[in-house]
Ligand binder design. Structure first.
Ligand code: MLT
Length: 324
């Protein structure tokens, strides 16, 4: 086909786009991170936001809006103007576990958002303070059983990843610790390092540095295979806990009524970010699992949200019943 015909066809296609999509974005975009700065959601958000900003030609500005296990920030994002200038970094907690733990949740994860795409899978690690008396998972389980409510279990608020995976672990261990809530597992990790709290279940991207540095202990990773970022850390199954395999994920959402063209621009920028060598290296080094191929589409994220809500609702309702 002649070059002039191709150019004419491309220009015609551009002219057919709604005016807003042709120029979107024309100003900075706010990405709501529904937890305190420095935690895993914030870490993943900043890793992908940087290359996304380059592709979009506008700065993605992170706004940390903490509270209620991430549901405060996500509720605000869901109600934002559907113009593409407010997006959210949600995750398995806000868009999977929350409905089971918040009877009056102000949003429906599967209905009230325009899914943009998956940013990273984040395996769960069982971690404890450096001075913890246990030196392996079985010793930790025996210790936790003996402590009753004397042990302090840190998390990032009801319904967060660290809370939902934490109550599941306690339900399996048949332990009832004292829960210590934080605005994110960034601040929680500070108190784990200082020994103020005893243990937590957290996303690997948040704790791999402290584990490698020896500032905290790790007992197991709750995935079928070990992580290349922590090759010496046994899986829960290797460590003798066969029914605790949980992984979280972080994903970008926009308000429900955002146009398909804007979602496409955002998804295209996210896909390019996930192919960015620097972003890939940072996610790999932190033990993140980079989505590939069809897992990167908005439709794949919608299916993931639907399956995660269906999976976690009965699991958490039972775990909460056991916690009483
Ligand atoms: C969570 O526990 O849901 C997150 O790890 C909290 C955070 O990102 O700080």
């Amino acid at each position: 086909m002649k070059r002039s015909v191709i150019i004419a066809a491309a220009l015609a296609a551009m002219a057919a786009l709604p005016a807003a999509a042709q120029t979107y974005p024309t100003k900075p975009i706010t990405m709501i991170v529904p937890f305190a700065a420095g935690g895993p959601t914030d870490i993943v958000a900043r890793i992908v936001a940087e290359p996304m900003s380059r592709t979009l030609g506008q700065q993605i500005v992170i706004e940390n809006v903490a509270g209620a296990g991430g549901t405060t920030g996500i509720t605000r994002g869901a109600g934002a103007a559907a113009d593409g200038y407010t997006i959210m970094m949600g995750h398995m907690g806000t868009h999977g576990a929350a409905p089971a733990l918040y009877p009056n949740l102000k949003y429906n994860p599967a209905r009230d958002f325009a899914p943009v795409g998956l940013a990273a899978g984040t395996p769960i690690v069982i971690v404890a303070s450096k001075g913890h008396p246990a030196n392996n998972l079985q010793e930790f389980i025996a210790w936790a059983k003996k402590q009753g409510d004397k042990s302090n279990h840190a998390h990032a608020g009801v319904g967060s990843v660290s809370h939902s995976t934490g109550i599941l672990l306690n339900s399996i261990m048949d332990t009832k610790p004292t829960f210590i809530p934080y605005t994110g597992t960034g601040p929680a990790l500070n108190d784990l390092v200082s020994g103020q709290v005893d243990y937590m279940t957290d996303q690997i991207v948040n704790v791999v540095g402290q584990i490698t540095a020896g500032s905290i202990k790790a007992f197991a990773i709750a995935t079928p295979q070990r992580s290349p970022a922590l090759p010496n850390l046994p899986t829960t199954r290797e460590a003798g806990l066969n029914n605790y395999e949980v992984s979280a994920w972080n994903a970008i959402f926009a308000p429900k009524a955002v146009s398909d063209d804007v979602v496409k621009r955002l998804n295209d920028a996210l896909v390019k970010a996930l192919d960015d060598p620097n972003a890939r290296k940072r996610l790999d080094d932190l033990g993140g699992v980079i989505p590939e191929g069809a897992d990167r589409t908005p439709a794949a994220l919608q299916k993931l949200v639907e399956s995660e809500v269906a999976r976690w609702t009965p699991v958490l309702k039972e775990a909460m019943a056991n916690a009483k």
